[in-house]
Design a protein. Structure first.
Length: 226
């Protein structure tokens, strides 16, 4: 069962180390593919008007107070978070940089291309689809193993500095950014709750799908005697 997964699987195109600046073409492709799905999911959750992920709520709140798009604000937030890594002894990889760029681009792409669903039921369906896309995208992105995303690196860096449980650090960060974003005018709603409670199982599903597709293909065919 995918909910029982405890480790990120390694497949033929996984990078052997996160700080790999000359990855295989297949590794680079699946990294970008995963981040594209991730960013599309983040964008569609905003389009659904049911709420957004905590960091997107922050970006939306800031965007409402300055003359920049949510995607551009997301990019600047990512840069600021990566800057904080300096004080946490964290090292960015290719995946870290592309995470900041691709997700920001896909959020603005989604907001410019897709329309808000006409009824509430359709909005909920879009929100569910968005969370699933984030999860499946995360599966590809994590299996590529080319460095953590800006927010994940901040989380692990703070955990090492404070020695607090990872769950406590993550909860502190998510609650803090969603509170600031909500105060600035960002949308907090059912979609935010769906993301908070659904993204974990969705990521597990994404990892399960990737492992089933690519680990199965690695199995050697049986030797038949003639």
């Amino acid at each position: 069962m995918f909910l029982s997964l405890k480790n990120i699987p390694k497949v033929s195109w996984s990078s052997k180390k996160p700080l790999n600046f000359k990855p295989k073409i297949s590794t680079f492709f699946f990294l970008c593919f995963g981040l594209t799905l991730f960013g599309l999911g983040e964008g569609l959750l905003l389009v659904s008007s049911t709420g957004a992920s905590p960091w997107s709520v922050l970006a939306q709140g800031i965007s409402l107070n300055v003359n920049y798009s949510i995607g551009i604000i997301t990019f600047f937030i990512s840069l600021f978070v990566i800057f904080l890594w300096i004080f946490l002894n964290q090292k960015p990889g290719i995946g870290t940089v592309l995470n900041a760029i691709i997700i920001a681009l896909m959020i603005d792409f989604s907001l410019n291309v897709f329309d808000i669903p006409e009824n509430y039921f359709s909005q909920i369906l879009m929100a569910i689809s968005a969370v699933l896309l984030v999860g499946i995208g995360s599966g590809f992105y994590l299996v590529a193993n080319l460095g953590p995303g800006p927010r994940d690196g901040l989380m692990t860096g703070l955990q090492k500095k404070t020695n607090l449980p990872i769950a406590s650090v993550r909860a502190f960060l998510e609650i803090s950014v969603v509170s600031i974003g909500w105060y600035l005018g960002g949308t907090v709603g059912v979609g935010t709750l769906m993301f908070a409670f659904g993204v974990g199982p969705a990521v597990a599903l994404g990892l399960f799908i990737v492992s089933r597709i690519f680990l199965k293909s690695k199995k050697k065919p049986p030797n038949y005697k003639i």
